[in-house]
Design a protein around this ligand. Sequence first.
Ligand SMILES: [Zn+2]
Ligand SMILES: [Zn+2]
Length: 96
Amino acid sequence: MVKKISYCPICGKKIIGNLNQCPSCSSKLIVCRNCAKLILSSANKCQFCSKNPRTGKSVELSPNNDFNEASIEKLKYDLVLGKISVNEYDQLIKNI
Ligand SMILES: [Zn+2]
Ligand SMILES: [Zn+2]
């Protein structure tokens, strides 16, 4: 079996075998699910691909959710002010 050779992202030393901890500097490490590079286990965002290293998904999801919430708040405001009707409000909510 050929062992994959990786390098510690912190100290740059070679790591063979157990990739969960660097034998040289004792940094806790994980392999990114998206790009398979070795990064610090405490990182919420991969320094190479900018994805969440645990899920492999984009970490830009929360700003989008904030944006959606802001849009809904604006629609409610428009409804209260009478700028849009209840029917229009229902339609617009579905489109967010
Ligand atoms: Zn190290
Ligand atoms: Zn990555």
